[in-house]
Write a protein that binds this ligand. Structure first.
Ligand SMILES: [Zn+2]
Ligand SMILES: [Zn+2]
Length: 185
């Protein structure tokens, strides 16, 4: 009987130890469950990336100056004149170019500019019918077809400018009182 009692107590002790070990191991196994909190912390990382986004838009403005360069490049009518100087200067009755300027006229005006040896100012180039009427131009004006221009040379008498214009082959009409000449071809 005494042997059974010892074995019984031994089994109880063993059972207690095993149970305790399982309990401790079980507890020890709980901490790993804390991993999920770490997973919830991950979503915070993406939040930091948007903070860097504002820097990107700031770089965009640097790229806009480049497209502006080509646009500001003027279309030349000849060596000393940009085509814009011959544009119809009405208040919006046309798109500015009711007709193209005649290349031969542009070449002769360039020749006149070189003969003057100083800047020549174009006060009127091509005109739409509305603009031509507004300035009192005749109905058959060469301005409407891009075959005429009004111009003057600062500091040069109208008579002298008119002579130089005739010298390069332009048909002229001098306006002495207004200080400019009308040229056409
Ligand atoms: Zn116009
Ligand atoms: Zn004119």
């Amino acid at each position: 009987m005494k042997q059974f009692k010892i074995i019984f107590i031994g089994l109880l002790a063993a059972t207690f130890v095993v149970t305790s070990v399982l309990f401790i191991v079980g507890d020890a196994g709980v901490p790993p469950v804390a991993a999920p909190p770490a997973a919830t912390a991950a979503p915070e990382i993406p939040v930091e990336e948007p903070a860097a986004m504002p820097e990107a838009p700031i770089k965009a403005p640097e790229e806009t100056p480049d497209p502006v360069m080509p646009e500001s490049e003027p279309v030349m009518a000849s060596a000393h004149f940009v085509m814009e100087e011959y544009r119809c200067d009405c208040a919006g009755d046309c798109d500015g170019w009711p007709a193209d300027m005649d290349p031969e006229l542009l070449a002769m005006i360039e020749e006149l500019r070189c003969a003057c040896g100083s800047p020549v100012i174009i006060t009127s180039g091509v005109r739409c019918s509305a603009r031509n009427e507004e300035v009192g131009g005749v109905a058959w004006s060469f301005h409407k077809r891009g075959h005429a221009a009004d111009l003057y040379c600062p500091g040069m008498p109208v008579g002298q400018l008119a002579a130089l214009a005739q010298g390069v082959g332009l048909n002229i009409l001098p306006y002495y009182s207004s200080g400019y000449i009308h040229v056409e071809n």
